[in-house]
Design a protein around this ligand. Structure first.
Ligand code: IPE
Ligand code: IPE
Ligand code: MG
Length: 244
């Protein structure tokens, strides 16, 4: 023991301000165990709860989770309905603790397409936590980055046509302000589990200079220790932003 190198610790002065997660692999996690995919989604929700709590404990200011994409509607109705039920159950069971921890929930995506009972639950959570300031917790729900960019372009175009905006006023900062993430810093770190090395239409604009960390484990197996390891790896990266 005496000669062991001390385990590397997180540098609390150099935390990523914003961490985004692509929670992938729930279905395969369940399949590997001979169980229905929804069992995997339930297990993944337990991971979500733990990672939200750990992020708060560490002092991360913004966390974003990809929960349901604009493409996930292509899945069988049973799975889609199951996911909506899990979302509702998650809010019901966690909202009081989230609120008492001063965490603000934001939704990235268009919630109008959600079933009515799910939309109501989401709106309740948004309204309850709207003034909280200790941490921003973004849930990407019916989210697609291209959809988001198209929405932004349409609004900008409308404002140009109506004369509220001059074409020359459009710059990167303005485009950012038309996205669901308006006013938030871009993710510093993006973590995707399950061994897929792609973005799957997630935050295409916002991750221009984000550090990526791909994990081969499935989301239900991701945990606090894996999060800490990812943050330490992030802290050892050299972010150059095009400079030398
Ligand atoms: C991620 O797990 C959760 C959602 C997309 C809702 P998956 O359901 O994509 O699991 P795999 O990738 O099929 O294993
Ligand atoms: C991305 O995972 C969406 C979410 C995690 C919610 P998918 O499982 O839908 O992505 P693909 O289909 O593997 O690209
Ligand atoms: Mg998947």
């Amino acid at each position: 023991m005496l000669f062991n190198k001390r385990p590397q610790e997180i540098d609390l002065n150099n935390l990523p301000e914003h961490i985004a997660f692509i929670m992938d692999g729930n279905g395969r996690w369940a399949k590997k165990r001979g169980m229905p995919r929804l069992v995997g989604h339930n297990a993944g929700t337990e991971t979500l709860k733990r990672i939200v709590k750990e992020s708060k404990k560490l002092g991360i200011k913004y966390i974003t989770f990809y929960a349901f994409s604009t493409e996930n509607w292509k899945r069988p109705t049973d799975e889609v309905n199951g996911l909506m039920n899990i979302l509702v159950k998650y809010i019901q069971s966690e909202i009081n603790e989230i609120h008492s921890n001063e965490i603000k929930i934001n939704i990235l995506g268009d919630i109008n397409r959600l079933p009515e009972y799910a939309r109501q639950q989401v709106e309740y959570a948004l309204d309850l936590t709207k003034d909280n300031q200790s941490m921003q917790f973004n849930i990407a729900l019916n989210y697609g980055s291209r959809d988001e960019i198209v929405m932004a372009i349409k609004k900008i175009a409308e404002n140009c046509v109506s004369g509220a905006l001059e074409i020359d006023e459009i710059d990167e900062e303005m485009v950012s302000s038309y996205l669901y993430t308006a006013g938030m810093p871009d993710p510093d770190l993006l973590i995707r589990t399950s061994g897929e090395f792609r973005l799957s239409n997630f935050l295409l604009w916002q991750v221009a200079y984000t550090e990526f960390k791909f994990e081969t484990i499935y989301w239900p197996d991701f945990n606090e220790a894996a999060l800490k390891r990812s943050i330490i790896e992030y802290q050892n990266r050299n972010r150059r932003y095009g400079a030398i």
